[in-house]
Design a protein around this ligand. Structure first.
Ligand SMILES: [Zn+2]
Length: 429
């Protein structure tokens, strides 16, 4: 996890005059499962105190005044260094964008047109398109260019209320270019960036076989990533024509033995065993999940694996959507993300994701909001630090321009006025 500004420069900050503060405490208490509207945990006429970037106290402003007067509450005893009047606004936890292929060069507009003409993603990939069409320009890009590209995308997420962004490697596919993508992620600023090693995104053209390539990743790349502390998470694309579940298993075991958390691109194009492997190995999350059936749904629901659903990729791919309703009703924890990538989801639009979740996956507003906060925090292993506005967690929040029901409504438009990360303003209108 990389955060540049550092939390300790600011002292105790009081945020007051918040007409509606949704803490998501209830959704967090349920670990993001079967979230109801009341789990958004509304406090009216609220205030919040942050100390060193973390929340110290949150509640009704009237209670704060009484407690401070009586000097009876340890958490509110100390002096306030700065008071920020939020002028009657609505406040929410900041969003977490838990699945992005943030850093890549070039674009794949020609492929988009080919898909519209009826060609399949797999056929395009077999003729040198797909992931490999992004690998060549990404390998050729200088570090400064990669950082500039990534920073532009970070800024686009920030202004939508996102303070934590996952960034996968996976468009280098050589040892050195994969490490470079993670190093570039480490240089991004203003948001908290969570790097994920996705060397097993596709087979590079020079590889002898999937097995030989995974052996190289296991013997050289994973130790190098660990040594340089470039990432704490390892992801793999388990799919027909990419990496099978059987090949992935020993590679993921090796990653676990080095202390990495696991993430699996699972059952996107075919029912390829990714979700069941995620459960078997205790992965942090399983992503996509379009092709899963009853066996996978019940296994996921009974597990700690977070189901990361990526409906804008499903829209671009013109395929079906994952069975969100069944997953949620059975008690699985769901997260949402854009899957920003040049081929199957060239979009950073959180509103689009939310609208598709509601329209195409029958998720309620509360489920959608919890998926982009609590669920996403679990997916990233940051549930103790983020996802809800409760004491002890980072003071990462979004100030809306209007009411809460304006989010996940208008594609291309998130009604965000200000964004705070660790109690510091990182973006404003
Ligand atoms: Zn992805």
């Amino acid at each position: 996890m990389v955060k540049k500004s550092g939390p300790s420069a600011i002292g105790r900050r009081l945020f007051r005059n918040i007409s509606r503060l949704y803490t998501l405490q209830g959704a967090m208490a349920k670990a993001g499962r079967r979230v109801q509207k009341e789990d958004l945990s509304l406090i009216e006429n609220a205030a919040m105190i942050a100390n060193g970037g973390r929340i110290e106290w949150v509640g009704r402003e009237v209670d704060l005044a009484q407690e401070r007067k009586g000097d009876s509450h340890a958490a509110t005893d100390g002096a306030i260094d700065e008071t920020i009047d939020l002028q009657g606004a609505t406040v929410l936890p900041a969003f977490l964008e838990c699945h992005t292929h943030l850093i890549y060069a070039g674009n794949r507009s020609a492929e988009f047109e080919r898909r519209l003409a009826g060609e399949s993603y797999q056929s395009i990939a077999e003729s040198g398109g797909g992931i490999l069409a992004t690998v060549l320009p990404t390998r050729a890009a200088a570090m400064t260019e990669l950082v500039a590209i990534g920073q532009k995308r970070v800024n686009r997420f920030l202004r939508q209320g996102v303070t934590t962004i996952e960034a996968k490697s996976g468009y280098g596919l050589t040892l050195e270019s994969e490490l470079n993508l993670l190093r570039a992620a480490g240089r991004l600023q203003s948001a908290r960036v969570v790097p994920t090693f996705l060397g097993a995104h596709a087979l590079p053209p020079e590889a002898e076989s999937a097995h030989a390539y995974l052996m190289m990743l296991e013997s050289q790349a994973l130790p190098a990533v660990a040594r340089e502390s470039l990432a704490k998470r390892v992801d793999i694309f388990i799919e027909h024509g990419y990496f099978s579940a059987d090949l992935a298993r020993p590679f993921l075991h090796a990653a676990q033995n080095l202390g990495f958390d696991l993430v699996i691109h699972a059952d996107q194009l075919t029912r390829s065993g990714g979700a069941l492997l995620a459960v078997e190995l205790g992965a942090r999350s399983a992503e996509h999940l379009l092709q899963i059936e009853e066996a996978e749904i019940s296994a996921l629901a009974a597990s700690e694996v977070t189901c990361v659903l990526l409906p804008s990729a499903d829209l671009y791919m013109q395929c079906k959507y994952p069975p969100a309703r069944a997953l949620i009703d059975r008690g699985a924890r769901v997260a949402l993300a854009t899957d920003l990538n040049p081929g199957t989801s060239p979009s950073q639009d959180l509103a689009l994701v939310g609208v598709l979740a509601r329209l195409k996956m029958q998720m309620s507003f509360a489920e959608t909001l919890a998926a982009y906060t609590v669920g996403a925090a679990f997916a990233l292993g940051l549930e103790k630090d983020l996802g809800a506005l409760t004491p002890g967690r980072y003071c990462d929040f979004t100030v809306l321009t209007g009411s809460i029901d304006e989010i996940f409504l208008e594609v291309g438009q998130m009604p965000v006025a200000q964004v705070f990360c660790e109690a510091e303003q990182v973006w404003s209108l």
